[in-house]
Design a protein around this ligand. Structure first.
Ligand code: CO
Length: 497
């Protein structure tokens, strides 16, 4: 066996363990009986331990050292080895004691967060969060960074992204998107009543399956189920699972949720199966992953063209509810812009103000400019400044998201990046496929999927996000694409108001 084959076999075994753990997680979120939780936690911990041992083994380290000096590798193989070396060296920076301390602290913080959110009392969460922030600061020192401590954590989710990059992006959001939204929300709202009459859950489910099929999701290599929070998970490109949720009185919940997760899933199904276990068979980053879900959800699924193509099918399922409505009515109703408290329910424009608050807060926290106890006050003031709303209680404010209790700092900006990358990719796809708009109007998404497969999916982690963006669109991430998209769409939607 050549060294490279040995390396490939080793990584594939590690991936087998990781995907087995992922399957247990999927089960936990979908079908596991409540009583199974205790043993499941144990099984997950065992698999995580095995995976960590394999990922940091001396044998793998030796193999990588030898491969680094191997001249017979082609470009793709070299890129894989470099990526694995980077991951290996990073994993080695964590001592076992630190990993265990962090993991125990996260469990405690998560439990405290759940209680604090239920009682809407930040004080219950604060001491645990304080300890967790201290540990994450330590982690930044372990990992190392050039300019800003938070860079070390951003790197974990979005390799190559720095605090400075994010600051520059939000400067543009502040100077362009904030005044644009201010103007829109001064106008009367479109009615959303149409979305909130009774829609049979079974028929909504059937429609969501129809949409997934139309998008090109391959049910031979995937399935959809129901869960409390929709998510996508995969065990290789040949088994990709999405979940959705259905609310009888909220038509957009299921449809947009399914399209969003469908976008994530198409990326995973499009990764090259021959590269299973290798970096070239993995998604690039959270930001690029989110660009795929948001391109489908927002640029496609919230467009008028999309609803022109799908309205007759939807009406077949709900003839009574939609008898006096048109595709334009659905389009207006699912694109209402309105400042709100809860991030996950926000429209696609004010959404970024929610992320901006979280980022500014994390930055202040890691710069020691604010203390954990000051989080609620900081949060509430920013919601007033950016969204013009008062936060009535912490459960609807700084306690709403689970991320910090998991220690996921430097994570939120990837959501904004996803939307901004999506706008830029979609603009390029429209340029490359002049008939795209017309195709979408007739419910045909095959050339769009083909474009995404060829330009993004097939490369796996071969390039960093920044490099991929330049290769695909000819330029760096440019916020103007998102602004242009927003101006064109919402300018029209609100012009008659
Ligand atoms: Co997503």
């Amino acid at each position: 066996m050549s060294l490279y084959e040995e390396y490939k076999a080793t990584l594939q075994r590690i991936t087998d363990v990781n995907f087995s753990a992922a399957l247990l997680s999927w089960d936990q979120e979908t079908y596991m009986p409540a009583g199974g939780a205790e043993l499941r936690a144990r099984q997950q911990a065992t698999l995580a331990g095995i995976s960590h041992e394999m990922t940091t083994s001396e044998a793998l380290g030796k193999l990588l050292d030898q491969l680094e000096n191997e001249n017979s590798l082609d470009e793709k193989q070299k890129a894989n080895v470099q990526q694995t070396l980077k991951d290996y060296r990073r994993a080695k920076k964590y001592s076992r004691a630190f990993v265990e301390e962090l993991s125990a602290c996260i469990s405690e913080a998560f439990n405290a967060w759940q209680e604090a959110k239920a009682k809407s009392d930040f004080k219950i969460f604060a001491p645990k969060l304080k300890k967790l922030v201290e540990l994450k600061r330590k982690e930044c020192e372990l990992l190392g960074y050039k300019e800003h401590a938070l860079d070390a954590l951003l790197e974990l989710h979005e390799p190559g992204l720095t605090t400075k990059d994010v600051e520059l992006l939000y400067n543009e959001v502040r100077s362009e998107l904030v005044p644009f939204v201010k103007n829109i929300i001064s106008k009367p709202l479109h009615s959303q009543d149409l979305l909130h009459i009774s829609y049979d859950k079974g028929k909504q489910w059937d429609f969501s399956v129809h949409i997934l099929k139309q998008m090109g999701f391959d049910f031979n290599y995937g399935r959809q189920d129901i869960s409390v929070h929709p998510f996508t998970i995969n065990f290789g490109a040949q088994d990709v699972r999405v979940t959705t949720r259905i609310d009888e009185f909220n038509l957009s919940d299921c449809v947009t949720g399914t399209i969003h997760e469908g976008g994530h899933a198409l990326y995973e199904q499009g990764l090259p199966n021959s590269e299973y276990g290798l970096p070239s068979g993995e998604a690039i980053s959270l930001g690029i992953h989110e660009s795929q879900s948001r391109l489908w959800e927002n640029n496609v699924g919230r467009s008028l063209s999309f609803w022109k193509g799908q309205f007759s099918e939807l009406k077949k399922s709900f003839p009574e509810q939609l008898k006096n409505s048109t595709a334009e009515d659905i389009f207006s109703a699912i694109n209402v812009v309105q400042p709100s408290l809860i991030r996950i329910n926000a429209d696609e424009l004010t959404y970024h103000f929610h992320i901006m608050v979280r980022f500014e807060l994390e930055k202040a926290l890691f710069e020691n400019k604010i203390q954990v106890e000051e989080i609620p006050a900081f949060w509430n003031q920013r919601y007033k400044d950016y969204l013009g709303i008062d936060v009535p209680k912490d459960s609807e404010g700084c306690l709403q998201d689970v991320h910090w209790s998991h220690g996921s700092f430097g994570y939120f900006p990837t959501y904004s990046l996803g939307s901004f990358y999506a706008a830029q990719f979609f603009a390029k796809a429209k340029k490359d496929i002049p008939t795209l708009e017309k195709e979408i109007e007739s419910g045909n998404y095959s050339s769009l999927l083909k474009w995404l497969r060829e330009n993004i999916h097939q490369y796996g982690k071969r390039y960093e996000a920044k490099e991929l963006c330049e290769r695909v669109t000819g330029e760096k991430l440019n916020f103007n694409y998102f602004m242009e998209y927003a101006k064109e769409k919402y300018g029209k939607l609100y012009s008659d108001k």
